[in-house]
Design a protein around this ligand. Structure first.
Ligand code: GDP
Length: 193
């Protein structure tokens, strides 16, 4: 894949604006600040292609990134941001549910959690939702450089247990800082495209 050939196809608030395209889609979801933009930028070998919203939780848009006419990465706005109103949260829920349950192009969801912490209630709800709809998940445990390597297994077990992790899904330990897991993440994604 030519990673110099990247563009934002559309920022879509709802299904009417989804691109008319046959490209397979890989969606990316996680709570605000989990390292989702950094993950996308590391994968695409860019510094600032995917941006964290200056106002987390306010941007209720799905960003469709066209990667070399081969796949769309669909960047889902982060969840779990404390200062978001109930109305905004509901809007987010409707938007993501509409996408995940109706979009035929969707092949898998990269679900990001922070390796340092037990998954939040929102993380667990997201995973449960994806499994309920039989959507394959690539679980990415971010910021592994912040945990000593000797503790990775223990953190992985905590996360697997909390999510009731389906062992047919991929589990990838990742760091945008030192690029741990970069090849593994691409291999997992390429299985679905
Ligand atoms: P997003 O809100 O999920 O898009 O998160 P960002 O990618 O903007 O990252 C949130 C914060 O975590 C930023 O300060 C990043 O520099 C930091 N961060 C993201 N990934 C890593 C990582 O792998 N290692 C470390 N040490 N920090 C990271």
């Amino acid at each position: 894949m030519n990673l110099n050939n990247l563009r934002l196809t559309v920022s879509a608030p709802s299904s009417k604006q989804y691109p008319e395209s046959d490209l397979p889609e890989i969606a990316l979801a996680g709570r605000s600040n989990v390292g989702k933009s950094s993950f996308i930028n590391t994968l695409l070998n860019r510094k600032n292609f995917a941006r964290t919203s200056a106002n987390p939780g306010k941007t209720q848009l799905l960003n469709f990134y066209n990667i070399d006419e081969t796949v769309h990465f669909v960047d889902v706005p982060g969840y779990g941001y404390a200062r978001v109103s109930k109305g905004e949260r509901e809007k987010w829920g409707k938007m993501i549910e509409e996408y995940l349950t109706t979009r035929e192009n969707l092949r898998a969801v990269v679900s990001l959690v922070d390796i340092r912490h037990e998954p939040s209630e929102d993380d667990c709800m997201m995973y449960e939702f994806l499994k309920y709809y039989h959507i394959p998940v690539i679980l990415v445990a971010t910021k592994s450089d912040k945990v000593p390597r000797g503790k990775w297994n223990r953190q992985e077990s905590i996360i697997r247990k909390a999510l009731k992790f389906d062992s047919t899904d991929d589990f990838i330990i990742f760091s945008s800082t030192d690029k741990t897991g970069l090849d593994e993440a691409w291999r997992a994604i390429e299985k679905f495209i």
